[in-house]
Design a protein around this ligand. Sequence first.
Ligand code: ACO
Length: 323
Amino acid sequence: MTGVGSYLPKNRYSNEDLTKFIDTSDEWITKRSGIKFRHFVSENETTSDMAVNAALNAIINAQIKKEVIDLIIVATTTPDNTFPATATLVQKKLGINSVSFDVQAVCAGFVFALSVAKSMMKDNHYSNCLVIGADSMSKLLNWNDRSTSVLFGDGAGAVILQKFENIDKKLNDWGILSNVIHSDGNLYDLLKTNGGVSNNQISGFIEMSGKEIFKHAIDKLSLSIEEALLLSNKVISQIDWLVPHQANQRIILAVAEKLKMNSKKIISTVKHHGNTSAASIPLALDNAISEKKITNGNLLGFQAIGGGLSWGASIIRIGKPKN
Ligand code: ACO
């Protein structure tokens, strides 16, 4: 993972701003979720626009020419159009040649996309992959439902994955060391939209059983990171930074407690942008790199859960060895 970039739309709303049009308070939102701000796309801004901005930042950060990218995977729940894939629009806007498609696993989308990218890079001839998580969750919010509308925001994050073969044995312990992904369709109704193309031809609004999601999130996030650690022959104390899905500060802290992990090793940016679904992990990652918390060679844990339910985790050594 040699480059990271992110993008947040310019329009930023504080909790106080939301009180002007819904019955809520800064105190309630902060206490229940840790969220203080969220960004919303402007009128003509789309998911692919945010994805392209994040991608360009990741390309600069990786110090590669965009033309070397041969695979683009966009994790999104909020495509520009129902079809084609948003990834093909990103490809067009970047002006490059690549295989391009979307992955849909809602808030777990970025971890699912990493898993697909790793398999394709290993089994096929792809060498430089752009993985993006991008979502315009504001388009799915029902402002008559204050228990969900205050939790989400829009944004995009991107990473560049590069394949280095037979260069140096040192590289064996770099990159995506393990991925685990899971789904349980029996829990479909806990978090979903109340519409869909083949259902009623509308995209619908988010509906969530908050308390049940809360419990599943803590169990499944903890178990999946333990599974990913086992697969990579690492233990929790070796992780330099845990970069969890940024949905809710109470979930982040409860998982840390369950894993007996020092909360100082956890990246949390949920306060600044709320739940941006598939964008949340790369957004938090990019923020932590800009703040010089995460540096080249750090061992990272990613974990996410979302509608489906879908969940998973990855263990990654970021960057590449210095010559
Ligand atoms: N402002 C003020 N009051 C509110 C608001 C609001 N925005 N929303 C709900 N309330 C009120 C309710 O009406 C209720 O009032 P009542 O007691 O008079 O009936 C009271 O607050 C408590 O409501 P609950 O729904 O019981 O609130 P709870 O304590 O469960 O918190 C929350 C709700 C924050 C959604 C919690 O269940 C939670 O954190 N769930 C996890 C969900 C999550 O983070 N999902 C993210 C998407 S999934 C993912 O990405 C992992």
